[in-house]
Design a protein around this ligand. Sequence first.
Ligand code: PMP
Length: 432
Amino acid sequence: MGRYDKSAAFHEDACHYLPGGVSSNFRYQTTPLCFERGEGCYLWDLDGNRYIDYVLGNGPAILGHTPTSVLEAVRSTLGKGQAFTAVHPSELALAKRLTEIIPCAEQVRFDVSGTQGDQIAMRLARAHTGRDKVVKFEGQYHGWADNILMSVHPALNEAGPHEKPMTLAESRGQAEGVLNNVITQPFNDIDVLTKTLDRHREQVAAILMEPIACNTGVIEPKAGYLEAVRALCDRHGIVLIFDEVITGFRASLGGAQALYGVTPDIAVFAKAVAAGFPMCIVAGSRQIMQGMLEGVVHGGTYNGLTSSIAACAATVKELAHDNAAVYARMIAQGQRLVRELNELGKKHALPLHAQGIGSIFCSVFTDSPPLRDYRDYKASDGAMRLRFVEELQHRGVRTTERGTWFLSSVLSDDDVTATLEAADEALRAMKT
Ligand code: PMP
């Protein structure tokens, strides 16, 4: 019996009925696993293997896989109806609470996914400015819609010069014309951005950015960078959109904007905000959000479902409890993992490098740390990264193949210790 036999057989069967055996292209795995159950910070696969889970559904399960308070809150809505196509009392209560939590939120709208939240954010910005182009950053992901799925993982030999990155489609079947409306920039380089905006300022509606680049490495903004981007937007009348689909409720309750003290015009929070239920919060200044009363269309049958609203409200309550003390613990655990993974790399003479903000971090293999932008990430050793993920998986630790680790509030210090022991053994195995 192999360790993954049941998952392998199941995957083969699944491939007959689901393309690739999965429901999203981002779920292709080197060893396709099928999971049967999650509880707390653990997952169990079909073969009965247990994993300490640092994927957490790609971020949402910030309270672990079975968060009692959230599940109870959702259960309490089920007997009262799910979709009213009208505002309901808990929806308004949550909206009010979010305006206290998210710095840029004078008003909010609820949606169901990060992809859709980014769509309405860009539409609002275009309507507000009367301009068409959106600036995005190489390596950043803003959902899979045609008009923004560009230059997320470009090959370095096709990506163009650092000062003038190409804007490249990520998917076959994407309409070609949409490429003209996006300008791709290197993250963390304010001089290049300043010059680009000098050339295009009359055309740029929005700068759309992950304030911490979390999709290719976990790369913090350099000191002063977000402030400088904010100042450029103010100077040129550009709408600043923070895509906080990952960092919302994770970098801090108020997102990266609260962590760094830089307030965008619009922000999109998703993933962690409802601890695993489909939910997206679009937050912004009253002036821009009012566009939705002046011809900007935002729809969605499932926006503001009673269950998702209840899940989000319970998540807020849980994370805000005791002055949001949970963040200090998650950050300390994440920082310990980062520090000790870096030490383990040295111990085994492997170029393992971990970096991030604690509640989310990445591990890559590079001879020239730290990662400062997408190209540093792309130049790191992808084969070693995947091997490390595999070796960790064999030892009951699950991380994303792109090298990102998400932490949950229910991870214990013993789990962290067990993770580091697994990493020690995984690195030893990589040497042989
Ligand atoms: N923006 C960012 C920064 C993301 O990481 C993601 C999802 N990985 C999205 C947008 C899209 O969100 P969703 O998958 O909910 O559509």
